[in-house]
Design a protein around this ligand. Structure first.
Ligand code: R5P
Length: 298
């Protein structure tokens, strides 16, 4: 196992559980901004790379590309990677004519550089997962998120998907918790990025404690908006569970003024906020079985 510089701390735990060697890449940045990497000079197959792609998406992707190129050139065929958060994954189609489908570009480059399997946590786009089904193993961390809800949110609970894209996630978690889920309609202005929500007509959420489940918290706009909307519709406490907490810009103050009780996210990126509002959950346990299933066949 080789950890690249942005490994969010998963490499050590995974290497211990998988009982394999663990090394790191030596790296520096040249004065003009170009990257320099030096890998362990002797590697045995299979190689499992551990990295993530936030913050500094472009740099961490370039580091991955350079590493894969090096290992492929050295004749390593068993190339695997755990990248719990894959940047650019939200651009999975041409929403507006002429837009580059950057999520597809990233996956295609990884594949062309010889990567056999990519273990991702809660990839945003089912479309890309299906398009690259021979490459991507998408791990939904449902047990970890559900166990947070079990200990932190009082009954009666309702799981809320803040858009249609989050409905499968909400359904799986609601099934684990044996409670209902609801899909709230989301409208996003493709130019300004502004978000609005609407609870299905005739549905009463009064008396429930709501758990909003999403994949990514970026600017916090989606979550802040739905939390306010739910509180306006009479719910009790609102908790948020999400896989990837990017917490861009002033997102934290936006979220704390929304009225949200607590936000639980996973350790899938190498940026952490220090706030009583946010709790970090460990995703290592969710990755172990999928990794064993694939690596034991190698
Ligand atoms: C969108 O479809 C995603 O699932 C998230 O809801 C979105 O990326 C969150 O972004 P933000 O925090 O900027 O609203």
């Amino acid at each position: 196992m080789i950890s690249l510089p942005p490994d969010p701390g998963l490499g050590e735990g995974l290497a211990a559980l998988l009982k394999c060697g663990h090394s790191r890449v030596a790296y520096k940045t040249f004065p003009d901004g170009e990257l320099y990497l030096r890998l362990p000079n002797r590697v045995s197959e299979p190689v499992l790379l551990v990295s993530t792609t936030y913050p500094d998406q472009n740099r961490s992707l370039m580091e991955l590309f350079l590493t894969l190129e090096y290992l492929s050139q050295k004749g390593v065929r068993g190339l695997y990677a755990v990248i719990p958060y894959v940047a650019y994954g939200r651009q999975d189609k041409e929403f507006l004519e002429g837009e580059v489908v950057s999520g597809r570009a990233v996956l295609r480059i990884l594949k062309n550089l010889g990567l056999r399997k990519l273990f991702v946590v809660d990839m945003h786009s089912d479309k890309l997962v299906n398009e690259f089904k021979d490459l991507v193993v998408n791990v939904l961390p449902a047990k970890t998120l559900a166990s947070y809800v079990e200990r932190a949110v009082r009954t009666p609970r309702i799981i809320v998907a803040p858009d249609v894209g989050a409905s499968r996630r909400a359904e799986v978690i609601a099934n684990l918790l044996k409670c209902e889920y609801v899909v709230v309609s989301k409208f996003r202005d493709r130019i300004t990025g502004e978000v609005s929500h609407r609870v299905p007509e005739g549905l009463s959420l009064e008396g429930f404690n709501a758990v909003v489940v999403d994949d990514i918290i970026s600017t916090g706009g989606t979550v802040a908006n739905i939390v306010k909307h739910l509180i306006g519709n009479g719910v009790g406490e609102v908790h948020v569970i999400a896989s990837h907490g990017l917490f861009v810009g002033d997102s934290l103050s936006k979220l704390s003024s929304s009225g949200v009780r607590k936000i639980a996210v996973l350790n899938t990126v190498s940026y952490r906020v220090s706030s009583d509002l946010v709790e970090y959950l460990d995703v290592v346990g969710e990755l172990l079985e999928p990794l064993k299933n694939v690596l034991e066949e190698v």
